[in-house]
Each structure stands twice: as C-alpha cells, then as structure tokens.
Design a protein around this ligand. Structure first.
Ligand SMILES: *Cc1c(COP(=O)(O)O)cnc(C)c1O
Length: 225
C-alpha cells in the first residue's frame, strides 16, 4: 500500500508541476513517518523513498538509531533547546528553526555530533491556527544572521504550515506569502520553500514549493496512543 501511495503522489507531483510549467525534479518529497513504526519507513525506502520527516525529537532519535543513514532525516517539528542534541544526531535537514536560541542550540549540538545540517526557518504565515513560527520580518532577519554566522548550519530556505481549511485559497495565501517573504529576504542559497502537506500539496506546488512534507497520503491515518 505504501508503495502504491508513493507512486500516486509522485504522479500527482508530476502532473501539477507540468501543468504550471515547473520541473518536477526540483521538488523534494519528504515522507512524514511520525507515529508510524520503522517498518513503514523501511517499506517506503524499499519503494525508492529517500527523505523522511519526523516532528518529535526523541522519536526521530529512536528511528535514526534503528534505520540510520540509509535514508535522509528531516526534523520538522517544534523544538526545545534541551532536545537539540537528539536532532543533531539524526537530522540532515532542520525545517523548524523559529528563534535565535534554537539556532544557537542546534549549532552547538551539531558541532558536538561532528555533523552539519541544512536549515530552514519556520515562518508563521497566518494569524490563526498555526502555533509556531516567526511572525516579524525583523526577527526573521536576526535569525537569518544567526544561522549565517553559525558554524554547522547552512540556511537553505523557509518553511510554513498553512491553516487547515476546505477552501484551497486559504492555504494559497499562506504559501504565496512565504514565497514573497523569501523573495524580499533575498539571501543567496536560501531558495527552498518547504510547504504543502497531504491536503494542500497541489496548491503548494502551484505556489512554488520545492519541498513537500506528506504523511497521511503515504502512510495512512495516524492513530495517537
Ligand atoms: C504531520 C506533519 C506533516 C504531514 O501532515 P499530513 O497531513 O499527514 O501530510 C507535515 N508537516 C508537519 C510540520 C507535520 O507536523
């Protein structure tokens, strides 16, 4: 089932990309495996999936200890600095930097782990619903500077979570806003837009997403214990 789900999503990514004149090869699909066992990760990896996302630091650490570097791990959740060490051990990409404090904590832990990471800053693009992310553009610039001065983190782009809504134009406004912020910021090398989940990834592609984070459509509904 996972492999046919992946096939279907890849087809949708291709179709939507071509329809809006984009090259599907410039879009990375991150399979969000949170709340699923590593068997599901292995099954997806066997079907050719390379990038996996987790939103909780300990769960990421545990899965990394099990599966290792055969796949590429992305941390996509809200992070507290005392848990940065778990992320630094495992993640090649961190999507959810939302403060100077977290950027510094990650830099320190990646140095200890003798690893490096690609970094994205999470931006709050809607006033309601989404809880985390940077709200002020001045604050965003200060975090950009902190990452630029860091030893272990390389800024590659911005991330956002759109509010959940039936009307696709609600997500569209969030995604367009993230794209505009990225253009205004205009930092060399910071070209990635991590946006789009199961219910809004097609809109995200239309608005310029380069990284999609998709869980449910690949692994099924999550059951929380
Ligand atoms: C869970 C999660 C996703 C994936 O959500 P789905 O709706 O299952 O595709 C994407 N991004 C973040 C930050 C998440 O926490």
């Amino acid at each position: 089932m996972i492999s046919s789900n992946l096939r279907r999503i890849r087809e949708r990514i291709e179709e939507v990309s071509r329809r809006v004149g984009r090259d599907p090869a410039e879009i990375t699909l991150v399979a969000v495996s949170k709340n699923f066992e590593t068997d599901a990760v292995r099954e997806a990896a066997a079907a050719g999936q390379r990038d996996f996302g987790e939103n909780r630091a300990q769960e990421l650490r545990d899965k990394y200890d099990d599966v290792g570097d055969d796949v590429r791990w992305h941390f996509i959740g809200h992070l507290q600095s005392n848990k940065a060490k778990y992320v630094a051990r495992a993640a090649s990409v961190v999507h959810s930097i939302d403060s100077i404090k977290i950027a510094r904590a990650l830099d320190k832990e990646y140095a200890k782990a003798e690893r490096r990471a690609e970094a994205l800053i999470e931006v709050k693009t809607s006033s309601e619903e989404t809880k985390f992310g940077v709200e002020e553009e001045d604050e965003l610039k200060r975090i950009v500077e902190t990452v630029a001065e860091s030893e272990r983190l390389t800024l590659v782009g911005l991330m956002t979570i759109a509010p959940y809504a039936e009307d696709p134009d609600v997500a569209r406004r969030s995604f367009a806003e993230l794209r505009e912020i990225k253009e205004r910021l205009d930092v060399e090398g910071a070209t990635e837009l991590s946006m789009g989940m199961t219910h809004d990834f097609e809109t995200a592609i239309e608005e310029g997403a380069t990284i999609l984070r998709i869980g449910t459509a690949i692994f099924g509904e999550r059951t929380y214990r």
